[in-house]
Write a protein that binds this ligand. Structure first.
Ligand SMILES: *[C@@H]1O[C@H](CO)[C@@H](O)[C@H](O)[C@H]1NC(C)=O
Ligand SMILES: *[C@@H]1O[C@H](CO)[C@@H](O)[C@H](O)[C@H]1NC(C)=O
Ligand SMILES: *[C@@H]1O[C@H](CO)[C@@H](O)[C@H](O)[C@H]1NC(C)=O
Ligand SMILES: *[C@@H]1O[C@H](CO)[C@@H](O)[C@H](O)[C@H]1NC(C)=O
Length: 260
């Protein structure tokens, strides 16, 4: 299973990369056209009203996004934190899946939490930009897709991971600070969050983060470890060919893009 997963990561990544260059440019792509124009303007329009980024000019936002676009996570980090775009739902909302339960933070926290926070920040920016790019993908002159659906799978997540977080006050402070910084933007672009395989440790995590995430909490559907229940719920939300077979979707499933 894992091997198949890695294979399609590589496969779909190269597909995505192939259509990433908007003008098939040779050599250096000018700053202003690294991303589709509507990505710059959509991000700018949302940042303008956010608490933390409202003072940036359109040019600054463009340069900021170009930097995010250019950044590549070191492979020893990116392979630990895969996430993917499975497709689009009935309302053309992009569906992003994050297998959070598989993410391994513990040793990185113990190693050097400063280094971890620096790379997490960059990863976060990359994720948010990729969500914006997926929103723009279905956009037409008379139709705007504003929000994405996020599915987070917590299988494998446990109290030990929570305890490790709580033994690092600087990480707690980081989570609170980042929640505050990104809240307005996430509220604007995440329409629905579905947690699957949510266990006791997840409930503890939600209790902790509750005061900092505002409206996002109202968009949360929490589904436990009962596979029948969450598979049925996912199929209600998402066309089956856009659900990975291991989540009860169709065998023909192919993710549109995989990142880390
Ligand atoms: C925007 O405001 C932040 C503090 O909120 C500050 O650190 C940053 O330098 C400001 N940026 C610009 C371009 O004014
Ligand atoms: C291109 O973007 C970089 C940062 O991403 C910035 O430092 C540089 O000044 C920009 N160049 C132009 C021509 O805008
Ligand atoms: C990843 O690789 C880089 C360069 O090889 C190294 O400096 C860094 O410590 C590694 N990080 C982890 C988490 O293994
Ligand atoms: C941890 O990482 C930061 C940022 O890369 C670095 O400045 C610091 O020296 C590192 N600390 C240790 C103990 O290696």
């Amino acid at each position: 299973m894992f091997k198949i997963f890695i294979t399609f990561i590589i496969f779909t990544r190269s597909c995505w990369a192939a259509n990433e260059s908007p003008n098939g440019a040779q050599g250096v792509i000018p700053n202003s056209t690294k991303l589709p124009e509507k990505v710059y303007s959509n991000v700018y329009n949302i940042m303008k009203y956010s608490k933390s980024y409202s003072n940036m000019t359109f040019e600054e936002v463009k340069n900021f996004l170009n930097d995010v676009e250019d950044w590549k996570a070191p492979e020893n980090i990116s392979k630990r934190f895969p996430y993917y775009l499975t497709g689009f739902d009935f309302e053309d909302r992009p569906i992003w899946v994050c297998e959070y339960g598989k993410y391994q933070w513990d040793d990185l926290m113990e190693r050097n939490s400063t280094e971890l926070m620096i790379v997490t920040e960059k990863l976060l920016r990359k994720v948010v930009l990729n969500v914006f790019k997926s929103l723009a993908q279905k956009e037409t002159p008379d139709r705007t897709v504003r929000q994405a659906v996020l599915v987070i799978d917590y299988e494998g997540f446990n109290m030990k991971q929570m305890t490790t977080v709580f033994s690092h006050p600087e990480i707690i402070e980081f989570i609170i600070r980042k929640s505050d910084e990104y809240r307005d933007i996430l509220v604007a672009i995440i329409g629905e969050i579905v947690l699957i395989n949510a266990n006791f440790a997840v409930a503890k995590g939600i209790d902790f983060i509750r005061p900092f995430v505002g409206e996002l909490l109202e968009r949360l559907t929490i589904l436990g470890a009962n596979k029948y229940k969450w598979k049925a719920e996912l199929r209600r939300l998402i066309p089956a060919n856009f659900i990975p077979p291991w989540y009860g979707g169709s065998k023909d499933f192919k993710p549109l893009a995989v990142f880390a």
